[in-house]
Structures are given as C-alpha cells and as structure tokens.
Design a protein around this ligand. Structure first.
Ligand code: ISC
Length: 440
C-alpha cells in the first residue's frame, strides 16, 4: 500500500501556541508597530502594540459582542500558553473594536497579532503567537515550548527596531454628512423632544471627513496622540485610531473598574479662569444632570455582575489639554465570573454615548444624526486568554479606511437646557485631538 492510500488523519483544529518572554526594553512602542495596520493600546507610555495577524474574529448585528466573546473563549480554551511574565496584557491577547450599533455596516473585530510588545510597571515583554494545525510537521518548531531558561532571543524572536520619527501626515477635514447648521438643528429638535417628555438625554454626534494619501503615516499620528494626550487610552485597531479618556470597563483577576465621563467645558485662557471653568462645571445643573444619567446607566448594568461596586461619591473634574470633563470612577469586585467581554456587552452603550432611556435614545440618535457611527462610541480595547481585559469607549477618534478615507467623530450629550451653538462648539473641542494628530 503506497502512503497515499493510508487513511487520512482526522483534520486537526488549529490551535494557538503562545510564548511570552521578559525582555530588557520595548520602549518606544508605537514606532515598532506595523506601519500600515498598527495595533496599539497605550496609556502613560505603558501598554501593548501588536504586529501581524494570526487570527481574526469578525462579527456583526445585535449579537456581535456575545458572538465574538464565544468565538474567543473557544479559541483561547485550546491555546497552548507559556507566559513567563504574568502581567495584564501578557500571554494570549486579542485587540478588539466593536461597532456602536446593531444595524451598523461596520464589522466588529478581534485581532490576534503574531507578535506583541508590551511594557507595564517597569517591565517589558514580547509575546509570539503562532497558529498550529495539530499536524506535528506544520508546527513551527520555534513556537513549541522553549527549553528551560530559554529567552526571547534563544527562541528566535527578533524585536523590530523603532522607525525613525517623522512628521504627522496632513489631512484636510471638511464636514461630513451633517454640516454645522444641520447639527445645531438636530440639537434643537432633540431639546424639543426632551421638553415634550419623549426622553431625558440623547447623545448627538457629527463627522469630519478627509483623505490620507500616505498610508504609512499612521504611526506618527498615533505617536502625536500619545504625546499630546498621555492620560488617555491611545488606541489603533483595524484603522480605528484615537485617544479616549473614558474607560468602559476593565477586568483584572476579579477586580472591575470603569471611568464614566459626561459633562464638558472648555479650558480657561489663564490659570484663574481655567480653575473657574472647572468649578463652574462641577456646579452646573445641566452638566451634573447629564453626568448622573451616564453614571446610573453604567452602575445599573454592572451591578448584577459585581459582588460589590463603589462609585466616587461626587463627580470630579478631569483635566485634559483640550477640555474639562465631569468624571466618576467605579471600582468593584466581580460576582459572577464574567469576562471583560461579558461586561462590555452588559454596559454598552452607556448614556455617555447613547442617552436615557436607552432604546428611545438609540432610535432618536439614529434618526437625527442620519449616519452610521461605525465603530465610533463603540467598545475598543483588548481581551486576554482568561477573559480579563481593558476596554475604552472609542471617542476622540477617526476610522481610516483602506482607500484612505478618514472619518472623525465627535458628539455631545443633549439634555433639556442644551444650547445648540454651545454643543456645536463642544464638538469642535472634542475634534481637536484627532484633527491635530492629522496635521490640522
Ligand atoms: C460623545 C462624546 O463624549 C462623551 C463623553 C464625555 C463627555 C460627553 C459630553 O459632555 O457630552 C459625552 O457624553 C464624544 O467625545 O464624542
């Protein structure tokens, strides 16, 4: 019997082989990521960047988050993981970005990179992820368990050199489908509906659109965001790029946290006027009402999953280079073994990006905005093999499409005493990070 007549072996399911090693240093991270498809998650210089792609989970529709979560759990359950660092972001991870709305044409993605470089708490690491088919001949020998004491170098892992610093690409933005006057009219209509008792709050956004001609300039844009807005989550996932100050939810070994933002004012010109603006924000009935609804939506959705959940007693003012926000931090303990993606599903969309009541707010914003938000205001972040992860709300961001179209988004919470011209001015403040990071 020739070998071709032998019974075919059962097709083996592909499985991920994951090796994390400590290394001396991975700084700077952003200049080492893939120039064309950067994967980035950073705050205050710490976090992870990814290169390459070994697996991608795509989903869409009303069940996009739970479908992705189930596929991820199945993929991770089978993975062969050797993590010699043991920090958040080491071992197996996927970067993710989800569409805001169930009806969106945008796909939601979880991307497993081939190489992850990270730094946290003064430690640096590299993770290599390979897809093995189960056929011993197909397994990359370098990706199988390294000999005891082997390090990244001995395992054949080469850390990419950082690219030289370059100027940010220049993108000229113009209003998208909602010109400024139409935005003001939409805000006025939302206030009318709120006053008529149809809903209490709705978040209305508008877009700016531009064209990117240099497809490898994105690392400079992301570096600029990280330099100018170090206290935000700077992210890049599948062309979605931004610097969000709002933590949707983090899960780390049973600990849950979130930062809820809603209520905004501009920075003052001098020190005294800047302080006055923050104090006025903290006492503004309009902003406090807008904020309280956002906190209530997050707390009500997280509470069933937590054994304990504490909120900072009063909203505090969060200073960013372009504006002040009202902020509330939530901290708690997981009560039901949920993963970070389970909690993402539970809380998204909060009233910081949708409104109250949620269903009516979603219908109202879809009608009054008149465009597909794509992944703007959706969850963006990462999840690990145990389900822990960090997720922000994709704000102060733009989606860069394969044809070079750049769509930036900004929105405002509208309540009964919102003034259309003020809300329009607020969107301009919120566009600033992303417009400037594209040379504007
Ligand atoms: C919807 C956005 O911001 C939200 C987060 C913080 C403050 C907000 C506000 O004051 O309106 C928004 O709720 C956006 O930046 O596009």
């Amino acid at each position: 019997m020739s070998h071709t007549d032998a019974p075919a072996p059962a097709a083996a399911e592909p499985r991920l082989v994951v090796r994390t090693f400590p290394v001396d240093e991975t700084d700077p991270l952003i200049p080492r990521t893939d120039p064309r498809n950067p994967l980035v998650w950073l705050r205050r210089g710490e976090g992870v960047v990814g290169l390459g792609e070994v697996a991608r989970i795509e989903s869409s529709g009303a069940h996009r988050i739970e479908d992705a979560a189930a596929a991820w759990t199945a993929l991770a359950a089978d993975a062969d993981i050797d993590d010699r660092v043991g920090l958040p972001g080491t071992g197996l991870i996927a970067f993710g970005a989800f569409a805001f709305a169930s009806h969106s044409a945008a796909t939601s993605v979880l991307i497993v990179p081939e190489l992850v470089l990270g730094r946290r708490d003064g430690r640096a690491w590299v993770t290599r992820i390979a897809l093995a088919t189960g056929d011993p001949d197909a397994i990359d020998p370098d990706a199988s368990a390294p000999a005891p004491g082997a390090d990244a170098e001995a395992s054949g892992i080469v850390i990419p050199e950082p690219a030289p610093k370059r100027k940010v690409p220049r993108v000229t933005f113009t209003p998208g489908s909602v010109p400024p006057a139409a935005y003001e009219a939409a805000v006025a209509e939302a206030v009318r509906r709120i006053d008529a008792g149809e809903l209490r709050k709705v978040v209305l956004a508008r877009q700016l659109v531009g064209e990117l001609h240099e497809d490898d300039g994105l690392r400079a844009t992301i570096s600029r965001l990280a330099e100018d807005y170090p206290d935000t989550w700077v992210f890049a996932v599948d062309g979605l790029i931004g610097a969000s100050p709002e933590t949707l939810v983090r899960v780390d070994h049973g600990q849950v946290s979130a930062r809820v933002l809603a209520g905004t004012t501009s920075r003052g010109a001098g020190e005294a006027s800047d302080r006055d603006r923050a104090v006025a924000l903290q006492h503004s009935t309009k902003d406090l009402a807008e904020h309280a609804l956002a906190v209530a939506s997050a707390v009500n959705r997280l509470a069933p999953h937590t054994a304990r959940l504490d909120a900072s007693p009063e909203p505090f003012t969060l200073q960013l280079p372009n504006l002040w926000h009202l902020a509330t931090d939530l901290k708690g303990t997981l009560g039901d073994g949920s993963t970070s993606l389970d909690l993402v599903r539970a809380v998204h969309p909060t009233a910081a990006v949708a409104g109250t009541p949620r269903r009516i707010a979603l219908e109202t914003l879809a009608e009054l905005e008149g465009f597909d938000r794509g992944r703007y205001a959706g969850p963006v972040g990462w999840v690990d093999g145990d389900g822990d992860g960090e997720w922000a709300i994709a704000l102060r961001c733009a989606q860069v499409d394969a044809d070079g179209t750049v769509t930036a988004y900004a929105g405002c919470g509208i309540v009964h005493d919102s003034v259309p011209a003020d809300e329009l001015a607020e969107t301009d403040m919120k566009f600033r990070p992303i417009v400037e990071a594209f040379g504007g």
